[in-house]
Design a protein around this ligand. Structure first.
Ligand code: CA2
Length: 145
């Protein structure tokens, strides 16, 4: 069972700015937590971050045949990127959308996710625990496939 975690723009700043919204946990801390839980669940993970839309598109395309599930926090590209949506639809790898904050309780422009219709589901608003919930959902998606 191989799961690809993808993180979009500015998530490399986690823990350094806007702690009132995103908390004090860094992306490296989140990765360590996910790895620990993945070990318990006997899952293998790859954890990546990019500020570049095209790099994320490339990783999604390359996931086919290599990963069972993608878990993605597309960050701001969630709300803007037809390219990410098309890549998720094209790759055919089941994909789970996650967010740290509850995007539906924030500004209106965050309420719309362009990737949600091509994802299996959305986990939003549980802080860094959204990543653990995403991991558990990914395993569930694979088991019940
Ligand atoms: O809540 C989430 O996980 C988001 O995907 C985070 C994105 C935001 O654009 C989405 O609407 C919701 C922002 C990620 C940027 O993270 C920062 C972290 C520290 C300082 C500044 C930005």
């Amino acid at each position: 069972m191989k799961i690809l975690f993808l993180n979009g723009p500015n998530l490399n700043l986690l823990g350094q700015r806007e702690p009132e919204i995103y908390g004090h946990t860094t992306l490296a801390d989140i990765e360590a937590n996910v790895r620990e839980r993945a070990d318990e669940l006997k899952a293998e993970i790859d954890f990546r971050q990019s500020n570049l839309e095209g790099e994320l598109v490339g990783w999604i395309q390359q996931a086919k045949g290599k990963f069972d599930v993608i878990v993605i926090n597309a960050a701001a590209y969630t709300h803007t990127s037809i390219a990410l949506r098309d890549a998720i639809a094209a790759t055919g790898v089941p994909t789970i959308e996650i967010h740290l904050s509850n995007v539906h309780a924030r500004e209106e422009f965050r309420h719309k996710s362009l990737i949600a219709p091509v994802c299996r589901g959305q986990i939003t608003g549980f802080g860094h625990k959204s990543y653990i919930l995403g991991l558990e959902a990914a395993i569930d998606v694979k088991v019940s496939k």
